[in-house]
Design a binder for this molecule. Sequence first.
Ligand SMILES: *[C@@H]1O[C@H](CO)[C@@H](O)[C@H](O)[C@H]1NC(C)=O
Ligand SMILES: *[C@@H]1O[C@H](CO)[C@@H](O)[C@H](O)[C@H]1NC(C)=O
Ligand SMILES: *[C@@H]1O[C@H](CO)[C@@H](O)[C@H](O)[C@H]1NC(C)=O
Ligand SMILES: *[C@@H]1O[C@H](CO)[C@@H](O)[C@H](O)[C@H]1NC(C)=O
Ligand SMILES: *[C@@H]1O[C@H](CO)[C@@H](O)[C@H](O)[C@H]1NC(C)=O
Ligand SMILES: *[C@@H]1O[C@H](CO)[C@@H](O)[C@H](O)[C@H]1NC(C)=O
Length: 588
Amino acid sequence: MVAAVFASGLRSCFSFFLILLFALPVTAVWPAPKNFTKGTSVLYIHHALQITYNGEPLPYTHGYRPRELTSKEVVQAGVSRALGSIFDSKFVPWKLHKPGSRFEPDVDQGLKWLSKLEIVQTAEDRPSAFKPLAGEVDESYSLTVSAEGAAKLTAASSIGILRGLETFSQLFYQHSTGTFWYTPYAPVAVEDAPRFPHRGVLMDTARHFFPVDDILRTIDAMAWNKLNRLHIHVTDSQSWPLVLPSMPEVSAKGAYHPSQTYSPADIDDIQRYGAARGVEVYFEIDMPGHIGVVALSHPELIVAYNELPYHWWCAQPPCGAFKLNSSAVDAFLERLFDDLLPRVAPYAAYFHTGGDELNKNDSMLDDGVRSNSSEVLQPLLQKFIDAQHARVRKAGLTPVVWEEIPLEWNVTIGTDTVVQAWLGGESVKKLTEKGLKVIDSNYNYWYLDCGRGQWLNWDNGAAFQLGFPFNDWCNPTKNWRLVYAHDPVAGLTPEQAALVLGGEVAMWSETIDPTNFDTLLWPRASAAGEVLWSGRIDPATGQNRSQLEAAPRLNEFRERMVLRGVRSSPVQMTFCTQGKPEECEYAP
Ligand SMILES: *[C@@H]1O[C@H](CO)[C@@H](O)[C@H](O)[C@H]1NC(C)=O
Ligand SMILES: *[C@@H]1O[C@H](CO)[C@@H](O)[C@H](O)[C@H]1NC(C)=O
Ligand SMILES: *[C@@H]1O[C@H](CO)[C@@H](O)[C@H](O)[C@H]1NC(C)=O
Ligand SMILES: *[C@@H]1O[C@H](CO)[C@@H](O)[C@H](O)[C@H]1NC(C)=O
Ligand SMILES: *[C@@H]1O[C@H](CO)[C@@H](O)[C@H](O)[C@H]1NC(C)=O
Ligand SMILES: *[C@@H]1O[C@H](CO)[C@@H](O)[C@H](O)[C@H]1NC(C)=O
């Protein structure tokens, strides 16, 4: 409304001065490309833009869905999404300019059009392109848009093409007339490639269930952020939403409600949706702790389920762990993995077997063990991990575990195994010193559920006094600036840093469900996304990236996310998004 009013005034009165007064546009594109040069010429884009893919015409069909996971289908759907974002978002960027400033080009002047988008994939996709191990798919691309109106996007893989199409889409705005779309940045030249191959989000569907649509929307937003791994922590002691056709009783008894489940078709849809967007969806069944809910269908396999006081047995209620010396547990896991792994393996390279926070006391309640001593438990755990990882490998998958398995329990794991670090401190250093591959989720920076208070209740009296003011264990909140400050390879030698595959932000869902998920994840995951795609160090300065440089781009990208249907929180108040960076800078 506001934009429309002043734009029409603008067109009638100031046409001539527009070119002169045309404000310097904010720098588009999140995450920052490796090398990005741009000009100040305006190019308009229309629906009938001529598009080719390796020389063949590629028609733009609105809402095109890939019929199968082939390079051409994936690219065609990517083109449809990129152009859809440009034409459907209605992104008139008034929030990024001072009120009354003249930021739009004059549509009454002769319009210069972008006439073609030439897409060239320089190599054939390898079979692993849609389920890569870290580093197996080349995500780099180059993009040029000439001032004369020709765009060219080149990449070695269809996934690289998708990354470039996303960048392309972020160059455009809608004009407030409502019928024109333009970029003010021509000519553009982008050379881009990711700093880390594993750039992820952890979603927890056990504390709260998330319907399939929420997961698909998250995959879309991840792809806009060039994030490429969705780790679904699908089960935990609280609930088991995963339907296992070979053992339907597990979800029948373990889900919160029959409606709160994922069928095999749901899992398939989620993974294929991700694969077509360059987002590999992989699953975690956390064990041997964090699995108490199996007691509801198979009580003979579990110890300490819902045991009280919970903190003697586990980190949060309800407790429950697998018996560590039980052939029945082994038979159950054989069946579980025979059912699940062949279904997820076509679309994932990884399977996460958990392994965090196993409490030594649990095996005190296990008739087959009756001990809480490390000397007794460690060999049992080694055997347990060996057996499960052998199953994961047999299914063609690579195991992932939480850091406690090698660091706290001294379990020996294969060097193929990826270790997810979360405890911060020296964890990443210790793991890489052992030659292990790491993804970092340091809770001091990248646990996005933190800092919103306790979810346990504290009765009046001593408990109330003890708990007051009811902060959670990982207080405070990880503001985007703190998320952005984390460098997973800070303080490592080059050899150690080379073992860091990347990282994941975590959204543990004790107090997160579909109503607040988007606002808590975005734009903070975008901040981690830029660290993982572009690196913490800005190659232009050799210094850490600055909040002052990042904030205007993040403000802009946040608007794009909201207009594309994801309720990202604001980065700054509108006064700041409309102002110059120094107007909202704290300078001591
Ligand atoms: C970035 O691109 C510009 C223009 O193509 C080029 O002159 C410059 O050398 C590039 N810089 C880097 C670091 O690649
Ligand atoms: C194990 O249980 C005892 C009480 O029997 C408790 O004092 C101790 O803190 C518990 N250990 C852990 C690691 O929770
Ligand atoms: C494990 O169970 C077997 C027999 O079921 C028993 O012989 C063995 O002592 C147990 N191991 C431990 C560490 O308790
Ligand atoms: C093992 O159990 C004993 C007896 O309950 C307890 O005192 C001790 O704290 C426990 N050890 C651990 C590591 O939890
Ligand atoms: C693992 O090794 C460390 C360092 O040698 C030791 O402190 C710790 O007790 C060991 N843990 C187990 C479970 O054996
Ligand atoms: C850059 O940030 C990292 C952490 O992200 C920190 O360890 C390092 O000291 C910072 N470097 C400079 C020069 O500020």
